[in-house]
Design a protein around this ligand. Structure first.
Ligand code: NAD
Ligand code: 6OD
Length: 484
């Protein structure tokens, strides 16, 4: 049986306190995960501090860049191992993991290595009262030890999206992967050792949130900053922990994102785009669309066309040819998603397609499967429309005017992302300004340039990462003022 140990100071640390890691495709046990306690968290944070002061802190930027390129190359060399590990943990279809998750895992190191080589330095010359001059210039220093707390939906992608820039900026990290997906973070430890990243720079501690590794790590006074991706409620708990010592946080949180389809759109592109945004990764993408608003002249045609696409999704084993739809991450999450399927029915929704549990072949029946689902006919006040479900489902409602749809789209405590489909450039730009979100895609979804600002408005996050925005979070900017 595979054992997922903690990776602390370049060594594999077993604790003897183990929990099961299950494959959501059939609920089989993949391995045993060694839960870190307070003692292991202390050791990991101390190792990360020591590496800052020692071998890592003494490297030049170019030496760091070379190591990060080495990490990316080694992920690519071991592409199949990462792919197998991610697929076993999540049940994602092979095509998705091989085109999105693993390539981004490698790219996250290269992009931020490139960024750190090209950081501009600010400087200002000023006149002084004695008719002399002074020169001000900025110096960026790493923040120190960064706690990286991760979710399960895109495990390698989202973890390296934080670890890449944190290390590029000269910090060290202690990563807490989701208890549901320990595999790829653990594998990355092997990569770090192979490439020669100094011990203590990258540490992994396994476990749960409250009263476990997540809470111990975020409360640890030796942690200088916390970057977190996950649910808004968890963000609130972590923010309380971060208040001790006034430590900075960067949060990427939940969403209840709107997809807005105008009557003048490229119809086929819009159907395909909304299908992806609502159902890719079985709807378990924070940027995913759970509320779709379609302008009335094309509303019925759109509902029918989306339903046709959704009915063509094929659940199955990730490696089977033809599989286009995976399970949810766990039985627990499945119960949550199915509770919304039940609520929708109880509130009188029209179930256009799905709404239940698919008939799976022998061997897969214990998996966390649900049907991809489309509803219509619910009031905007329904919890199905207001709360994040994080499943393969969306509600479609008609709208008449631009002003009306902006009000509906913005009527949510969340503000992560939106996707808008129109051929009218003026409408597109007006929507880009009016929608209260961190990321607004026009005629696209999840199209990423890693130099751009990424993050959520309102309860969908705090701060922005990506390009120089990551630099702002992962470094301190000091001003040096020299009187000449
Ligand atoms: P989660 O908040 O339940 O867990 C995320 C991580 O936090 C896990 O590692 C968990 O063990 C840890 N954790 C839980 N409680 C904690 C505590 N009290 N202290 C410290 N750590 C704690 O989220 P999840 O279920 O893993 O992921 C799904 C959620 O993540 C959804 O809400 C989704 O929208 C959100 N998400 C957001 C983004 C984004 O970019 N905005 C990206 C991916 C996922
Ligand atoms: O692409 C990214 O960098 C990113 N943070 C994606 C988040 C997806 C949420 O599930």
């Amino acid at each position: 049986m595979t054992e997922f140990k903690n990776f602390i100071d370049g060594e594999w640390v077993a604790t003897g306190r183990t929990f099961e890691d299950r494959n959501p495709v059939d609920n089989s046990v993949i391995g045993l995960v060694h839960e870190a306690g307070q003692a292991e968290i202390d050791t990991a944070v101390r190792a990360a501090q020591a590496a800052l002061d020692g071998p890592w802190g003494n490297l030049t930027v170019q030496q760091r860049v070379d190591l990060l390129y080495g990490v990316a190359d080694e992920i690519n060399r071991r592409f199949d191992d990462f792919l197998a590990a991610e697929i076993a943990d999540t049940g994602k279809p092979h095509a998705l993991a091989s085109h999105v998750d693993i390539p981004r895992g490698a790219a996250n190191f290269k992009v931020f290595a490139d960024m750190i080589r090209n950081v501009p330095t600010e400087s200002f010359s000023m006149a002084t009262p004695d008719v002399g001059h002074a020169l001000n210039y900025g110096v960026r220093t790493p923040r120190g030890v960064i706690a990286v707390v991760c979710p399960w939906n895109l495990p390698l992608l989202l973890m390296t999206w934080k670890v890449g820039p944190a290390l590029a900026c000269g910090n060290t990290v202690v990563v807490k992967p989701s208890e549901e997906t320990p595999a790829t973070a653990t594998l990355l430890g092997e990569v770090m050792n192979k490439v020669g990243v100094p011990k203590g720079v990258y540490n992994v501690v396994h476990g749960f949130g409250p009263d476990s590794a997540g809470a111990f790590l975020t409360a640890h006074p030796g942690v200088n900053a916390i970057t977190f991706t996950g649910e808004t409620r968890t963000g609130e708990a972590i923010m309380k922990a971060a208040a001790n010592g006034v430590r900075p946080v960067s949060f990427e949180l939940g969403g209840k994102n709107a997809g807005i389809v105008f009557a003048d759109c490229d119809f086929d592109a819009a159907v395909a785009g909304i299908a992806r945004s609502a159902f890719e990764n079985t709807g378990q993408v924070c940027l995913g669309t759970e509320r779709v608003y379609v302008q009335r002249p094309i509303y019925e045609r759109f509902v029918d066309a989306l339903a046709v696409r959704v009915r063509s999704l094929r659940p199955g084993r990730p490696l089977d040819e033809g599989t286009t739809f995976g399970p949810l991450i766990s039985q627990e999450h499945r119960s949550k998603v199915l509770s919304y399927y039940e609520k929708a029915r109880a509130e009188g929704a029209v179930v256009v397609t799905g709404g239940g549990v698919p008939d799976m072949p022998a061997g897969l029946q214990a998996g966390a499967w649900v049907e991809p689902t489309i509803w219509t006919g619910l009031p905007e006040t329904s919890p199905v429309i207001r709360e994040e479900i994080f499943g393969p489902c969306c509600h479609i409602a008609p709208f008449d005017t631009e002003a009306e749809v902006v009000v509906k789209a913005n009527d949510t405590p969340y503000g992560l992302a939106a996707t808008v489909w129109t051929r009218d450039a003026a409408v597109a730009h007006r929507m880009g300004r009016a929608l209260d979100v961190g990321i607004c895609w026009i005629n696209a979804w999840f199209l990423r340039d890693l130099r751009t600002a990424f993050g959520g408005a309102k309860q969908s996050g705090i701060g922005r990462e990506g390009g120089v925005h990551s630099l702002e979070f992962y470094t301190e900017l000091r001003n040096v003022c020299v009187k000449l």
